[in-house]
Design a protein around this ligand. Structure first.
Ligand code: 5RP
Length: 273
């Protein structure tokens, strides 16, 4: 692996744990102004210093992140369908690698839709992006998207999807946590990070998910709604860092959140209430 590629990866995995805490704020590219991400700049500002990387589109990067921010960027480069369409898999590469280089990002990310109508196109897009990434020293993260079918999140399906991503050259794969997650890890020869999915019922459930994922071999999280839809997003992010980097238990994570809640509110949503 060339120096540029290694350097970009090292920026996203900055601590000795070998893991990463990515903050996902790319939902608007197909969901529009998602709850509590209506104003990305306001949502992001207090969270930026606590994330190892942020995952977003070029539009939100340019409009809502100060260029002085040192947080590494994972740039989503696929799109082309919205929640108003039945088939979310009808995506292509919407942002060329030249633009990712111009924006000085640390990685590019695209969704692949295994088993969906546009599976073929999404795999070819991944392969093309990997070719270009290898030429330019740009890591590629494949996202094993499930479209509207959240029930697809089982070990059999996700193992297949993650393995296909790695076989086509992805340097990193984002997927979902599931029962028997260690089987997904075992079958995937590149690092995996897990998304959080729609907001869970409790803070405990979020930490249990992250703790189990790390314990079973994930190299980090790339989480969105369970952080910034919380009333205490900074506290959630700090507690998740402890789980991902310091092997904190679920109880320790809950204690961190409880302590953080005593501090003045940093969520724009709570402050405004
Ligand atoms: C949207 C994405 C999201 O980045 C991913 O789902 C992580 O966010 P969340 O934790 O809210 O699920 O890929 O397509």
């Amino acid at each position: 692996m060339d120096w540029g590629m290694r350097n970009r990866l090292a920026r996203m995995f900055p601590t000795g744990s070998g893991n990463t805490v990515m903050l996902a704020v790319d939902h608007g590219y197909f969901m529009g102004p998602t709850r509590r991400l209506e104003n990305p700049r306001a949502t992001l500002a207090p969270l930026l210093p606590h994330a190892d990387a942020i995952a977003l589109t070029r539009g939100v990067l340019r409009t809502s992140v100060p260029p002085e921010a040192m947080t590494p960027v994972v740039l989503r480069v696929s799109g082309g369908a919205t929640v108003l369409k039945e088939d979310l898999s009808d995506e292509a590469i919407t942002t060329p690698l030249k633009e990712a280089l111009r924006l000085n990002v640390s990685a590019v990310a695209l969704s692949i839709f295994i088993g969906a109508p546009h599976e073929h196109e999404s795999i070819l897009s991944l392969a093309k992006l990997v070719d270009e990434g290898e030429d330019s020293g740009m890591p590629v993260m494949a996202i094993t998207a499930v479209g509207k079918e959240l029930e697809k999140r089982d070990a059999r399906y996700l193992s297949l999807a993650c393995r296909v991503a790695a076989e086509h050259g992805a340097h990193l794969v984002k997927t979902y946590y599931c029962e028997d997650f260690s089987k997904v890890v075992e079958g995937c020869p590149v690092p995996l990070v897990v998304a959080g999915g729609p907001k869970l019922d409790s803070e405990r459930a979020v930490f249990e998910l992250a703790h189990a994922a790390i314990h079973e071999g994930a190299h980090g999280i790339d989480m969105g709604r369970n952080i910034w839809q919380s009333d205490h997003p900074v506290a959630m992010l700090k507690a998740l860092r402890a789980v991902v980097h310091d092997q904190a238990s679920v109880k320790e994570a809950l204690d961190i959140v409880a302590a953080e809640k005593q501090r003045p509110a940093t969520s724009p949503h709570v402050a405004a209430a």
